[in-house]
Each structure stands twice: as structure tokens, then as C-alpha cells.
Design a binder for this molecule. Sequence first.
Ligand code: GLY
Ligand code: MN
Ligand code: MN
Length: 436
Amino acid sequence: MIKMNEYAKRRKELMQKIGPNGIVILSSAPEVYRNGDAVYAYRQNSDFYYLTGFEEPEAVLVLAPKRKEGEYILFNRVRDRDREIWDGPRAGQEGAVKDFSADQAFPISELSLILPELLAGRDAIHYPLGINRDFDKVLMHAVNKVRSKVRGGMQSPMAFVDITPSLHEMRLFKSPAEVALMQKAVDITEKAHVRAMQFCQPGVYEYQIEAEIMYEFQRNGARFPAYNSIVGAGRNACILHYVNNNQKVADGDVVLIDAGAEYQNYAADITRTFPANGRFTGEQRAIYELVLESQLAAIKSIKPGASWTNAQNIIVKIITQGLIDLGILKGSLDNLIEKQAYFPFYMHRSGHWLGLDVHDVGRYRIESKWRSLQPGMVFTVEPGIYISADIPGVHKRWHNIGVRIEDNVLVTEKGREVLSQKIPKTVAEIEAIMAN
Ligand code: GLY
Ligand code: MN
Ligand code: MN
């Protein structure tokens, strides 16, 4: 659990960043219809949640530094006995103040009335531009209302500033409480991957493996995956974001599972690859060991001050050399790296930031330079080799071997901590689990 005072600290820090004459406005995520009148399960907008801990839809956060009546204003739904009988309890304005530390709370229906007053006299509106079109309109309407009153002495804001760079820089650095939630998401994910390995055998369908994963997620308090689970057997293991999960697993396939739990809105993002029948073939093992070697070397390089791109460079070098050693690529290492000859086999980067979003926010470059790692950053390390049958010039004994190994890593003062280190990963560990 993140304590309310941690949210307060974040709001304070953001207000300090924008200065005393700015104003922050953020909307909750909209509810989205899936079909007919059925909605997708509601998931709060990550920026909004990061600053409020508030999970209801139809809410707007305003931060107005130095405002006499209070700096943190929340617009939210009113209590409504009828609606609450159908949909469950709401915080209401009293709850917004008492349980979510708002200085003031107003019914969301009063937003268009009150927002212009809050905007008046502020220099700049700090806002995530162009993300929520419907809310853009609400905000523009309020700004125009202020403009229409300038002759009466009201001062309208001069600038719109994209809030995301400053807010996302904060989100990039995880607090101990955030790391604890991410660890929990990873621990639940561990159970799911182990269960999937134990369950898998030739003849099952990919969706049946997915069901085993979802079972562990949900029974451990992660109602939803952090992203659609990828369960690809055989040739499907070579499709990076394969989510159809509807094919039968055959003897001799490798099975690639990229699945992570979301726990209290924090994501895990883990990939494991294993042989459907529990024993790697020689070719599968060779590719697997190569991906693993590159991943372990990349993880080892992680420490404060190291460049973000180190991991990628290490992976590219090891994978390219390994593909030469296996006779899949021909030529000199430097030349093949220069030509990006690895690209048909390894076509993504080494990983990404991880947090409230699976592809979490935060810049990877500062000006023209890849940024250096600092304690509190969490990210994935996920090399892969995918030998799809349509890559020309590769002997067919390698075809349809797709391997990715993905772990979640925290940068610490001393180096790194692999949050997912307990999830079986060596050939011996995987074969032992599947033998049971
Ligand atoms: N699960 C998506 C990714 O690994 O980036
Ligand atoms: Mn993944
Ligand atoms: Mn990932």
C-alpha cells in the first residue's frame, strides 16, 4: 500500500516544479465501452493515480499552489444511494477530503462552473495535452470563459505546458513502497510462470496455459494482467506480441510466455520460454543458452552511472557472436554488428522502464545522450532470438525456435537487484520443474 502522505509528497514536489503561478489539471481515465452497454474493467489513468491514489472514474485533480482555500482540489462523483446500490460505494466529497486528503472537493458536475475561477490569475496551465480529447474540450471551454471576462479584470492563463515531462521524471524513480508493490506483482507472476511450466504438455491449447496463468494472478489478488498475456507455441513464439493464444501446443515446440501480473496498479513484465515436452532439443538448448548468456551479461552491467544503452550493446555483441558460432550468421563480428545482421533474429531493444505502466514513462535520452542509470529506476532486460521460418538462408533445423527471457531489475546504490530472480530460468531448473 502507498500511504496517503506519499501521494501528498508527490503533489508537493510537482507544485514546487511548476512554481507558484502555475496550475496543474489532470483528469481521471474515461470509462470505455467494450460492446453494447458493457464497459471494459475500469483502470485509473496512471498519472492521475500517481498523484491521488483515487480509483473512481469521473474525477479531476487540480493543484493550485498557494491558493488560500487549499491547494489540492478534487472534483468527483457525488454520493448517490441509487447508483451505489447498482455500482458500489463512492467516496463523495466528504470521502475525498477525509480519505484522500483533498483540501477541497466539489461535485464533478460543478467543474465547468468552478474551473474558470481556479484558472483566473494563473500564468500557465500544466496539463497532459492531447491525450483525452473529451477533457481537452472541457478545459478549453473553461479557458475561454476566463478570456471572456478579461475586460472585467480577470487575467487569463498565458501558456499551456505539457506536464508529462516533469511528472514522468518523478514516476521514473520508484520509492521503497512502490518497489514493494512491484515485488509483489513479480512474486505473483512467479507462481503463474511456474504453474504454466508444470501444466504444459503437448496437446494442450495455448489458451489453457493462459488460464493457468490467470488463475494464479487472480487467486493472489492480481485481478488483471498488466498487459495481454502472450502464450505462443512453435511458430507463434516468433511473433513478438502474439495474443491470439488459440493454437494447440505440439510435441517439439518451444512455448514462449510473456505474462505479468498487475498488483495495485503496478506491473510485472516477465517472459520465460520452455520446451513443450519438458526437454530442450539440441537446437533449442543452443539458442536458449545464447539468449540466457546475453541476458545475464546485460544484467551484470547494470549499476548506477552505467549508460542505458550498455545492456543493448552487450546483448547485440553476444547474440551476434553466438549466431556466428552456430553457423547461422557468417562473417566477422564487427562487420555483422555494423550491418545489423542480427536484426532479423533480434529486432527489439533490451528493455523498457517498468512501473504503473508496463512500458512505463520517463525519457531514455537526455538531449542527445542515452541517460545513465540511477538508483530507484526499474526496467526490464529482455533479449530474444526468433528464428521464423521465413528468414532466408537459415537451415530448417533452427526454424520456429523463438526464445525471449525477460526479468525485472531495480537499480540500487550498490548495483542492481533482480526482482524476478527466483523465477526458474536455467535449462536445468526448467527441465527439473517440468519433470515433476
Ligand atoms: N510484454 C511486453 C514487453 O515485453 O514489452
Ligand atoms: Mn514482456
Ligand atoms: Mn517487456
